[in-house]
Design a protein around this ligand. Structure first.
Ligand SMILES: C[S@@+](CC[C@H](N)C(=O)[O-])C[C@H]1O[C@@H](n2cnc3c(N)ncnc32)[C@H](O)[C@@H]1O
Length: 280
């Protein structure tokens, strides 16, 4: 028999050269295996694990050792303090994507009402974070993957958020409204032959969420070109992009007639989000 403390030590050793923080990951996998909170583990560290729980924990450890992202094992990822369901087939929300939320909230300072479009919503993370912060906005969020739309709807339901309308759409194809105040997108932007991409990311996360033709720029250029047809006068487009794509993205914004085009840097000082406004 193994108690909680011993199980965490066991996991920590197995994950020693596989995880950034073996102690934390072992604890996360254990509380997922026994369906309890961190606080429970701390208060009950001498409690014995049932053999079923220990076997489940061992299975999770084996998946993690092979390199599967912990979010897929837990089937959950926190984004903007919201717990979101994620499964293989859906991109795991990244912390750097919180920058586009901050930039959008800045645009919405002193404004409660706005009509917003999120293109390529994935888990729904961007749309749901904005909807939580600004419950009086009306948000349309689309993805061309029916699986993503299904999970995003489930995430909205779990969080009791009801001001987001999720639809299946190949970028703008199914979008009928042309009066959005803000359009946001974190599209696929990695070049197909990018050698820097981590092998584990490529192995486990959906290709359709990661890669784009034309050195990763194809979807960005398409969105920047077509967004003005869907924005109201004075409306803004914000896109996330790769850290080396800022110059190409700004050139396309300017070519397509946006004003006040500028790029924000993420916490690592990488160019990450570019925005521009359509003239009034
Ligand atoms: C980088 S992921 C971003 C997901 C989510 N917004 C996030 O920030 O985590 C890009 C998303 O765009 C979607 N996508 C790819 N091509 C698309 C297209 N042609 N039309 C709509 N969505 C698309 C993918 O399915 C994926 O969910």
């Amino acid at each position: 028999m193994t108690n909680i403390r011993q199980a965490i030590q066991h996991g920590r050793k197995l994950l020693a050269d596989k995880a950034h923080n073996p102690q934390q990951e072992a604890s996360l996998l254990l509380f997922h295996a026994i369906d309890k909170t961190k606080e429970f583990l701390i208060a009950h560290s001498d409690e014995q694990l049932s053999s079923t729980s220990f076997q489940r924990y061992q299975a999770y450890l084996a998946r993690r050792i092979k390199g599967e992202p912990i979010a897929y094992i837990q089937q959950q990822k926190e984004f903007w303090s919201l717990p979101l369901k994620v499964f293989p087939g859906i991109l795991i929300p990244r912390p750097e994507t919180e920058l586009i939320i901050e930039a959008t909230l800045e645009l919405l300072t002193n404004k409660d009402q706005a009509n917003i479009l999120d293109l390529g919503t994935g888990s729904g993370c961007i749309a749901l974070a904005l909807a939580k912060e600004k419950p009086n906005t009306r948000i349309t969020a689309c993805d061309n993957s029916p699986t993503c739309v299904e999970i995003a709807i489930a995430n909205a339901k779990n969080l009791a958020i009801n001001n987001v309308n999720f639809i299946i759409s190949d970028w703008f194809k199914a979008i009928t409204n042309n009066n959005f105040n803000i359009i946001i997108s974190n599209p696929p932007y990695i070049a197909i032959d990018d050698e820097d991409i981590e092998h584990k990311v490529q192995q486990y996360e959906p290709e359709s969420a990661l890669f784009s033709d034309n050195q990763g720029l194809e979807d960005l250029l398409h969105i920047i070109e077509h967004a003005p047809n869907y924005l109201s006068a004075g409306g803004s487009l914000l896109v996330e992009h790769g850290y080396q794509q800022g110059s190409d993205v700004r050139t396309q914004f300017i070519r397509c007639g946006y004003n006040d085009v500028h790029t924000l840097q993420d916490i690592q000082q990488h160019e990450r989000v570019t925005q521009g406004t359509i003239a009034k």
